[in-house]
Write a protein that binds this ligand. Structure first.
Ligand code: BES
Ligand code: MN
Length: 454
């Protein structure tokens, strides 16, 4: 391949065009945020259909040939526009569904009413991942009428629900998603002012563990002291998952070391909101604890609530556990190790059953080659400094399905998030200055790929 590198003037022209486009891009983003497209089953799914239609319309206006496809799950949008003869094809991914807003009272402005404060746009999905959708639209607009590459846009509607029908979508429509490069705009950058390519993500499993100690609940005065209650047994079982330092005690799991990037405890405390006096858990570098080692979190417990409590030994209790896995870990093998641990550590012979609810693979990119070179150069063009390779502790499970289906495509994971984004939390927000750079980098990346000729 030869690299007909863009001139500095061409790059500046793209940056200027993107700057001019931003007011409309932002208005379109706000319109998307106003649609409460929560894919979780207990929410109104007609809103997810509305957001799919809104995304489809944005793409149609850019001249793409667009379909909304539903394969047993939530609607996804697939659009395509051909590039110049012989040019590569790029598939651009984002998701239009969002997480539930949580407690509205925890928000400083209504979750589905976008509001700007101090250079950030607040709202559920303002970053994760409607800004990812709009970054793709912005890149298309920057090249309107003169696209340097073929582009396929794939905007999924159920990423926040674990992409249950993605396998079927890939089976039925996968041929339309084939590309030389796949840009997944669903991660973020290292810090405001410092771009990053996400080169590893953790995998994960979600498990429900149920504990039973008695045939039926009984009087705590008559039987307490000799019979174990299920809640206490469950709590002891959960406690067995970490050692005193907070390292995961489940045997036989993959764990690696993260790249040696500067990240100190003070920054972690600040970004995570850790309270003074509460210590970190685990050992090794903080980034390896977050990116390349397994972690275990109890995300829900079923037990008698305090207001319904009586002097009773509970017969049953249950917990939901979310486990994050090293990027290379086979999630089903990790589930087997966790199940063995829970069964082997059942306190006082309690009956323990373990059910796998969800599993997803991690990802470790082969972050080399001409496409990665152009991606890094584009980030440097947009920010004025070179991007770092970072991991993230979160998961985008379908990336491994994409990479299995399109083994020759370079997968580039980008995104709009920064350490203050609070994706999934109250007061989720987008840094508008960084957002413009994300849009510019993607527009420049398409131009750079177009200049790469076989
Ligand atoms: N955008 C996130 C993934 C992510 C998290 C990227 C943190 C960068 C940093 C994505 O939308 C997400 O939340 N994924 C879920 C996957 C789950 C539903 C299978 C996650 O990580 O919990
Ligand atoms: Mn996301």
């Amino acid at each position: 391949m030869t690299d007909d590198t863009l001139t500095p003037d061409q790059i500046q022209a793209i940056r200027d065009r993107v700057a001019d486009l931003m007011p409309q891009v932002r208005a379109d983003l706000e319109a998307l945020v106003r649609i409460p497209s929560v894919s979780a089953a207990s929410f109104d799914q007609s809103q997810v259909a509305r957001s799919a239609e809104a995304v489809a319309e944005l793409l149609r206006r850019e001249g793409l040939d667009v379909d909304v496809v539903t394969e047993g799950g939530r609607p996804a949008v697939i659009g395509h526009v051909a590039g110049p003869e012989g040019s590569p094809t790029v598939t651009l991914y984002a998701h239009h569904d969002v997480q539930p807003p949580g407690e509205e009272a925890d928000w400083d402005s209504a979750p589905f009413e976008p509001q700007e404060r101090d250079g950030r746009l607040y709202g559920r999905g303002a970053a994760d991942d409607k800004a990812g959708v709009m970054a793709h639209v912005a890149a298309l607009r920057a090249h309107a009428g003169n696209l340097p590459v073929g582009v396929t846009v794939f905007v999924e509607g159920e990423e926040e629900s674990g992409s249950p029908s993605l396998g079927t979508i890939l089976e039925k429509h996968g041929d339309r998603l084939a590309a030389d490069a796949i840009v997944i705009a669903d991660s973020g950058n290292w810090a405001v002012g410092t771009p990053a390519l996400t080169t590893t993500l953790r995998g994960g499993i979600r498990v429900v563990v149920r504990v039973q100690t008695l045939d039926h609940s009984v009087h705590s005065g008559m039987f307490g002291g000799a019979a174990p209650d299920a809640v206490t047994a469950l709590v002891r079982l959960l406690a067995s998952l970490h050692d005193d330092d907070g390292n995961v005690t489940v045997d036989g799991l993959d764990a690696g070391e993260a790249a040696d990037i500067d990240y100190d405890e003070a920054r972690f405390r600040e970004e995570s909101g850790l309270l003074d006096g509460v210590s970190l858990i685990g050992s090794g570098s903080i980034l390896s604890r977050l990116w390349t080692k397994p972690s275990i979190t109890t995300i829900g417990i079923d037990a008698t609530s305090i207001d319904k409590a009586s002097n009773t030994l509970s017969a049953k209790a249950a917990a939901k556990i979310s486990m994050r896995l090293a990027p290379t870990q086979d999630p089903l093998a990790a589930f087997d190790r966790l199940r063995e641990h829970l069964e082997a550590n059942a306190p006082w012979g309690a009956r323990v059953t373990v059910e796998l609810e969800e599993h997803g693979s991690g990802f470790a990119a082969d972050a080399e080659g001409p496409v990665y070179d152009e991606a890094r150069a584009s980030f440097a063009d947009a920010w004025g400094i070179d991007p770092v390779d970072m991991g993230v502790g979160g998961s985008i499970p379908f990336i491994s399905d994409f990479s299995a289906r399109f083994p020759d495509a370079s997968i580039i994971v980008t995104g709009v998030e920064d350490p203050d984004t609070r994706a999934h939390g109250a007061n989720e927000s987008l840094h508008l200055g960084e957002f413009e750079k994300v849009c510019a980098a993607e527009a420049i990346f398409l131009a750079r790929l177009g200049a790469l000729r076989a």
